[in-house]
Design a protein around this ligand. Sequence first.
Ligand code: FPP
Length: 257
Amino acid sequence: MYHKKRIVISLKDKISLNKLPSHLAVIMDGNGRWAKSKGKFRVFGHKNGVKSVREITEGCAELGIKYLTLYAFSTENWNRPKTEVSALMNLLVDTIGKELKTLTENNIKLKTIGDISKLPDNTRNALLDCIENTKDNTRMTLILALNYSSRWELVEATKSIAQKVNDGELSPENIDENTVNAHLSTAGIPDPELMIRTSGELRISNYLLWQLAYSELYFTDVMWPDFSKEHLYEALIDFQKRERRFGQTSDQISINS
Ligand code: FPP
């Protein structure tokens, strides 16, 4: 009997590996609403959000994306109920402890951006320990934005530039975009070509404002705990269909490429 062979092309197969972003930034949003919709406490959402962190980190590493930045805790998040803040901090300690082995086995480096000096001692120490243990890994860098906000970062950069001017190390006329870049917490890391925000909110929320200047923005209604590798692939396929013009015209882009 003759069987017609069916070729199934997966979403992953539709991704051009030579057109991947080198840096993907994510605002993981919707944990609380996801939990509430299931009649559970918000923390249940954060716990399930960790599964998506694992899945997306793995997905990015498998594809060959070099940098993944996740907005894990903003400077504004301190305004949440104390119990939620402390649950989030404990979840971080727990997760970092559990994932160190996986990060090491997969050659992934951990880095943070934001003022981690204000985090509880055990959270900060777990992070510092993991950062130290993974510092020589080269396959991918996972960057957690923790107690981070872009305005805080820009204020800090401005302070250190001003200090250098004050100390005579730098003259104001020599300050350019490279100077600012070099004083951000992302110094040495390429700007994200793509930023994904989950849960249907259409905002940037004080996240990487300088670095996202030319990024493609992708918003999805999917809540973070439901965000899977397939959703990541959809976002990447969408990104690859876009024409990144950087202020040029479409014709200029086709001539130069
Ligand atoms: C946003 O959902 C999520 C956060 C502020 C925290 C994200 C934290 C995790 C996924 C867990 C720990 C992370 C790591 C990296 C191990 P929300 O609470 O704002 O949801 P809502 O908008 O529905 O209220």
